[in-house]
Design a protein around this ligand. Structure first.
Ligand code: TTJ
Length: 639
């Protein structure tokens, strides 16, 4: 009998109530029902195959997204258990897909590594799917089962054929429920690509075949035998590295069952790129593994510098910031029972982790420095240069503070502030150019909108040292206007505006200025981006007018649409710059909360943002040219 729909047992009803709870409050399980939540379904299913690979039983994972938004995930592991589950009385496969939080409990002893932040279980995916099918190959047989309508069993587990000799594995196919995912069920090629690449970097040797069959068919295989070493090489690919050998340290702590893996390499830039992971999840808020990393780095680098006379007895020790400068590092730990805390649950909280990471790193790093004296020399000299720059920067900062204290009002003169003192409703528009600034000042609603016009291009922060950045008048105006401080001293409770809107012309120069601005914010005011306070204004590209009817178009397509609407006898104005708009037009199109479009700037993938910045701002010409050529279609050229 395969069709169970007609008679329910008490247990069935309990199960269905569980899955129904997921459908009533999907956000509680997958964060949101936006595109982000949709992608969560894929992470959730793929995590299971990763676990099987980490347990040593699967080598290859295939992920296919087809024309109809159906996702198939397959691995060559042992196959999910097909026997009857003791507690539920139905097959373990069915249990995995119908009982909330069943994941992990059915495993053969190995802990669930990928869980943690996602870790809500395959049943949640089932609950949010139009239909879901499972295939298991094990013990010489092929098993199949199907669910429909958010997890209702349509066909319970049954044999559909014989397996090939020695073959085993698991396969899940599902179609997300469009009545749940209101932004649609279409997966983004790039989002999946980047996550699969990251998973492959973080788990050396695992092979992920990715097939994206929607539109122009694409496929890609990710497999990195060098793991984190290759990850660091990749992150540094457009930078000048200071030593050829990537520092790589791994260790396992028997007592706590924690695995630690760290790779790092210095480059000649000033910003650190340090990323930490626990169980393959990026811990964006850091935590105890990063604390352990910092402690060991500080101790061992200082010890080596002193032992080898780079720092004299009476000289100051190197600080964390000096040691971080230009360091690209990945810290990846695997923990059997991770605890996350912090605002976005992105901070690892387990106290025991600090010492485990610190001990393993200290030992490995000390050994690396001893065995690679010329690399060690490059590294220590870099950190000493950084410490000298830091002392100079401190002096420069003290200078700016004293200046501010002397002024009657510390707010910059060019700022047209808003009258509201309530930061939660206040906005500041950073506007390129004085003429646009003038229009914005006249067009705005001054109760809650402040305007800060900036002159020309702000300093290229990647190339400049910290102390020079604080000399720059434009940068100082921004910092004082925001009111929240900068760098390590940032205090978001003092932020004077909860919307910081960057408004530049919709041309190549404007895009460049916006990039410079974002670079600065990313490097020195990152919490503002992380907190979702930063936006890009989207001024229209065209005005289409017929008689009294006016339409503003924000893209070429939209312009074509309005042309069709008006048929003939219309006038088109192409805005070359914000300065061409009068105050009323600027208000209507770009400032008025009722009609404007703001694009929120996120650090969805800080690593890629970092890379784009380095390519555009760094010293290397070749990658910059390639980047611009590859992305040239994003720029709107003047007709
Ligand atoms: C657990 O321990 C006994 C042998 O099978 C192990 C297991 O469950 N392996 C496993 C599960 N491999 N792959 C999965 C799996 C794959 C996908 C795509 C989805 C799910 C929910 C599990």
């Amino acid at each position: 009998m395969t069709n169970k729909e007609t008679h329910y047992t008490a247990e069935d009803i309990q199960v269905l109530e569980g899955l129904e709870a997921v459908r009533v409050r999907p956000g509680m399980y997958i964060g949101s029902t936006s595109s982000r939540g949709l992608h969560h379904l894929v992470w959730e299913i793929v995590d299971n195959s990763i676990d099987e690979a980490l347990a040593g039983y699967a080598t290859t994972i295939d992920v296919t997204v087809d024309e109809n938004d159906v996702v198939t995930v397959r691995d060559d592991g042992r196959g999910m258990p097909v026997g009857i589950h003791e507690k539920t009385g139905v097959s373990t496969v069915e249990t995995i897909f119908t009982v909330l939080h069943a994941g992990g409990k059915f495993g053969g002893g190995a802990y669930k590594v990928s869980g943690g932040l996602h870790g809500v279980g395959a049943s949640v995916v089932n609950a949010l799917s139009e239909w879901l099918e499972v295939k298991v190959i094990s013990g010489g047989k092929i098993y199949f089962m199907r669910f429909e309508n958010g997890g209702h069993v349509k066909e319970s587990l049954h044999v559909i054929g014989d397996a090939k000799e020695g073959e085993s594995g698991s396969e899940v196919r599902f179609k997300a429920d469009p009545t749940i995912f209101l932004e649609g069920t279409e997966y983004d090629y790039q989002t999946l690509f980047e996550r699969f690449r990251q998973i492959a970097f973080l788990n050396k040797g695992i092979k992920i075949n990715y097939y994206y069959l929607k539109g122009e068919k694409k496929e890609h295989t990710f497999c990195y035998t060098g793991g984190l070493k290759e990850y660091v090489a990749y992150l540094n690919r457009n930078k000048n590295v200071l030593h050829d050998e990537i520092i790589y340290i791994e260790g396992f702590d028997q007592e706590t069952n924690i695995t630690v893996e760290i790779a790092m390499q210095y480059n000649d830039s000033y910003a650190p790129s340090i990323y930490s992971f626990c169980n393959n999840i990026n811990t964006v808020e850091g935590g105890t593994h990063e604390e352990g990393f910092r402690a060991a780095m500080n101790r061992i680098i200082n010890k080596y510098a002193r032992d080898n006379n780079f720092i004299k007895k009476d000289e100051e020790s190197l600080q964390s910031d000096d040691i971080k400068e230009g360091l690209t590092a990945i810290i990846s730990i695997k923990h059997p029972n991770p605890q996350y805390e912090g605002q976005t649950k992105g901070k690892l909280g387990n106290a025991e982790v600090k010492k485990v990471v610190s001990d393993i790193l200290a030992q490995g790093l000390e050994r690396f420095l001893l065995e690679h004296p010329s690399d060690a020399k490059e590294i220590i000299e870099k950190t000493i240069t950084a410490s000298k720059a830091r002392v100079a920067a401190r002096k420069a900062r003290e200078l700016t503070r004293r200046k501010n204290a002397l002024e009657v009002s510390s707010l910059p003169g060019k700022l047209a502030d808003c009258s509201s003192k309530d930061a939660s409703i206040s906005e500041i528009y950073i506007v390129e150019g004085n003429s646009a600034g003038g229009s914005a000042k006249q067009g705005r609603d001054s109760t809650f909108q402040a305007i800060l016009p900036l002159r020309g291009k702000i300093l290229n922060v990647e190339k400049a040292r910290l102390h020079r950045i604080f000399d720059n008048a434009e940068i100082r105006s921004m910092i004082t206007a925001f009111g929240c401080g900068v760098g390590d001293e940032i205090d978001l409770s003092k932020l004077r505006y909860h919307k910081i809107v960057i408004m530049t012309d919709a041309d190549v120069d404007g895009a460049h200025i916006a990039t410079l601005m974002l670079t600065f914010l990313y490097r020195y005011l990152k919490p503002l981006i992380e907190g979702g306070y930063v936006y890009l204004a989207m001024p229209p590209l065209f005005k289409i007018q017929k008689g009294n009817a006016i339409r503003y178009a924000y893209s070429d397509e939209e312009c074509e649409e309005y042309k069709r609407e008006f048929v003939n006898n219309y006038k088109i104005q192409r805005y070359k710059g914000l300065g061409e708009m009068n105050p009323e037009q600027l208000w209507e199109t770009t400032l008025d909360p009722k009609y404007r479009t703001l694009k929120q700037v996120t650090i969805e993938d800080a690593m890629d943002a970092d890379n784009a910045f380095s390519i555009l701002m760094g010293d290397e010409v070749e990658p910059r040219r390639n980047f611009i050529v590859e992305n040239a279609h994003y720029a709107t050229l003047d007709i």
